[in-house]
Design a protein around this ligand. Structure first.
Ligand SMILES: Nc1nc2c(ncn2[C@@H]2O[C@H](COP(=O)(O)OP(=O)(O)OP(=O)(O)O)[C@@H](O)[C@H]2O)c(=O)[nH]1
Length: 408
């Protein structure tokens, strides 16, 4: 009997133990999963604003299950849109070109001081003897005016001073102004032509401007600045990066173009410049651009190669129609060397205009006279600094006034 009682008791304890285990295991199963660590529950929208995260996380953490939590569907996409948007390059509005030279006159006058002021000081001497006239001649030669134009100027001045008799500073200034203007010329057409009109197939064709010159003269910079001049005048521009000789030139040009919303057509480094130039004009026709500007490579040390290449670029571009301008870029600080370079380029292609760069950095403004005489083509633009809008249409009057300190 005792044995039976003991057996029943053991059975009861065993049963109780088993049911206890089951209950505890069920209890365990009912415990919520660990929601706080799950990003889909507590994490804020993928790209939160600063400060949005802290509040919902602490409030929702303790007991909420995955089913209880509303996913932040509606708000999530809106929040990150603004800060994440890729930055479109800002299109700049270049300064108007009218009166740029006048605006930059102070800079020009500063760098040209020795010429204008030097001449006026000499002319103001009480006795204009042979020595003084020789000094005047030297001053002009030092400023790169060139031998023949210098002699012309001195002769005419001597004549007029003799006739004039009395010489007030105003009179002298006036005389010098007139004679310098005479040398530079006020009648030449100095506009950059961009209106060639019709192409070989009768289609509308953009104006085509080729920019040539020795590397380092500021050729690529000038092409970029010229794009801005044209855009400022309301024209649409396509750039052709046909300087495949210098690796960075195409990048440099493209950056200039992007600043004013002009597309740049480029090819592989060391590629065929003529085919890039051809494609640039093709692109210009396709997008009905007003002007295509073609930057070319210049290497004096391989003169024959240069001649072949430049000539070819022009011929190939002409398959589309006329090239309106071939602008030669010259560094004013190189003086007579610049003239030698100019002649080499003039042998290769017909230059229609000169761009004189770095005129802000030299007292030798006389190169304007010399280069025009030498090549028989007008200076059309001048570079007066490294700023994006420091390229100005050349105006003889403003230039001479800057030289001799007139009008302020
Ligand atoms: N002070 C001054 N600097 C200028 C002027 N024009 C160009 N420069 C500077 O001259 C340097 C050479 O200019 P680039 O345009 O790179 O020369 P580049 O002739 O195009 O050379 P390549 O691209 O190799 O053919 C740059 O530092 C320009 O900022 C100017 O009118 N005044």
């Amino acid at each position: 009997m005792e044995f039976v009682i003991l057996a029943v008791a053991i059975a009861v304890i065993a049963l109780a133990a088993i049911s206890g285990l089951v209950v505890s295991s069920r209890k365990k199963k009912q415990l919520p999963p660990t929601p706080p660590s799950s990003p889909s529950v507590t994490a804020p929208p993928a790209e939160p604003h600063v400060g949005e995260e802290a509040e919902p996380t602490t409030r929702e953490q303790p007991r909420r299950t995955i089913e209880e939590v509303d996913l932040p569907v509606a708000e999530a996409p809106a929040a990150p849109a603004e800060p994440e948007a890729p930055e479109a390059p800002a299109i700049e509005v270049p300064e108007p070109t009218a009166g740029r030279l006048v605006r930059l006159r102070a800079r020009l006058a500063r760098s040209q001081n020795s010429l204008g002021k030097g001449l006026l000081t000499l002319l103001s001497r009480e006795h204009l003897d042979e020595d003084t006239w020789e000094e005047i001649e030297d001053t002009l030669l030092t400023a790169d005016v060139g031998v023949a134009p210098t002699q012309e100027l001195v002769e005419r001045l001597r004549e007029r001073v003799k006739v004039l008799g009395t010489r007030s500073p105003e009179e002298l200034r006036g005389l010098l102004r007139e004679e310098l203007l005479n040398l530079i010329g006020t009648d030449a057409d100095r506009s950059v032509h961009t209106e060639s009109g019709v192409g070989v197939n009768g289609e509308e064709k953009p104006g085509v401007v080729m920019v040539v010159g020795v590397n380092g003269t500021g050729k690529t910079t000038t092409t970029g600045k010229l794009a801005r001049v044209l855009v400022a005048d309301g024209k649409s521009v396509v750039l052709g990066a046909a300087d495949t000789f210098r690796a960075a030139a195409a990048d440099q040009l493209q950056t200039w173009g992007e600043r004013v919303g002009a597309r740049t057509v480029r090819g592989p480094e060391g590629g065929d410049p003529a085919s890039i130039a051809f494609d640039a004009v093709k692109e210009g026709i396709a997008e009905s651009a007003d002007v295509v500007l073609i930057d070319t490579a210049g290497r004096l040390h391989t003169k024959t190669g240069l001649m072949d290449e430049l000539g070819k670029v022009k011929r190939v571009v002409e398959k589309h129609g006329t090239v309106d301008e071939v602008l030669l870029v010259l560094d004013a600080t190189t003086g007579q060397n610049g003239l030698v370079q100019a002649r080499v380029f003039a042998e290769v292609v017909d230059i229609t205009g000169i761009v004189l760069t770095k005129l802000d950095g030299t007292a030798k403004g006389g190169i304007v006279v010399a280069v025009q005489r030498d090549l028989g083509v007008p200076v059309k633009l001048v570079g007066l600094g490294e700023g994006a809008d420091d390229l100005a249409p050349f105006e003889p009057e403003a230039f001479v006034d800057a030289l001799i300190g007139n009008g302020g």
